[in-house]
Design a protein around this ligand. Structure first.
Ligand SMILES: Nc1ncnc2c1ncn2[C@@H]1O[C@H](COP(=O)(O)OP(=O)(O)OP(=O)(O)O)[C@@H](O)[C@H]1O
Length: 221
């Protein structure tokens, strides 16, 4: 890739599941670029291919057609994924949940705990560090999920319907957290959403229909 600020580029990327008459073409011929510091929303109706495109970008799925090019080495720690629910481990405290991926990655308990607390401060829930997941709200749980990703210092944060289970106000607060965390760390952020109010907060908006990109809006900064 020539432009140095392009982290990742989909070139005619497609993903088909299954084969023969029952094959499902989830993503078809998508071209898009994600630049360093990007703020991107992927919108579209249910089944339009948003999650599959995000999985291609994350490297969780391989394209069955076209390519997904990554600039330079991209390790698992360079990409942080956030899902609709926080999926916290119930028996661990919030801080232990946030520290866990670092510990699994080989960091000492002490280093991981310090990184977890720093990430919880960034997401404004450091006061909940010693709480169990059952003792916090859905919005606070999503902020813990954001902190768990931030602790890994990813270059690219991918969030699949991160506000889908939250009410409008709480969803916007979680998005505030995501945007300010991405600003603070310099990470690019890509969010799939059904919610136009969430998409409106991003500077690039890709709209999907039937697996294809049907509209791209980019606000010039
Ligand atoms: N692993 C899979 N196996 C078979 N079909 C799949 C698989 N994953 C997705 N699909 C199909 O691909 C199409 C796109 O699904 P995808 O989950 O990407 O859509 P989406 O826009 O994210 O939907 P939603 O908003 O409901 O999450 C759908 O028809 C879906 O049923």
């Amino acid at each position: 890739m020539s432009a140095t600020d392009v982290l990742l580029e989909c070139r005619d990327a497609s993903r088909t599941f299954g084969g023969g008459p029952t094959a499902v073409v989830a993503v078809q011929g998508v071209n898009c670029r994600i630049r360093a510091g990007e703020r991107m929303a992927i919108t579209g109706a249910s089944g339009s291919g948003k999650s599959t495109l995000l999985h291609l970008i994350a490297g969780l799925e391989e394209p069955t057609g076209g390519t997904v090019l990554r600039s330079g080495p991209f390790s698992a720690q360079d990409v942080g994924m956030i899902f609709q629910g926080p999926s916290l481990i119930p028996a661990l405290t919030v801080a232990e949940n946030v520290a866990l991926p670092l510990v699994v990655g080989g960091a000492s308990e002490e280093t991981a705990h310090a990184a977890a607390l720093a990430a919880l401060r960034l997401t404004a829930i450091a006061d909940l560090a010693e709480h169990l997941p059952e003792e916090i709200s859905g919005g606070q749980g999503q902020r813990a999920a954001v902190a768990r990703v931030l602790a890994l210092a990813p270059r690219l944060i991918l969030a699949d319907e991160p506000t889908g289970r939250l009410d409008g106000v709480t969803g916007q607060r979680v998005l505030d957290t995501l945007l300010s965390a991405a600003d603070a760390t310099g990470a690019a952020l890509v969010v799939t959403t059904h919610d136009p109010a969430i998409a409106a907060r991003m500077t690039t908006r890709l709209a999907m229909h039937g697996g294809r990109l049907v509209d791209v809006q980019e606000e010039k900064s």
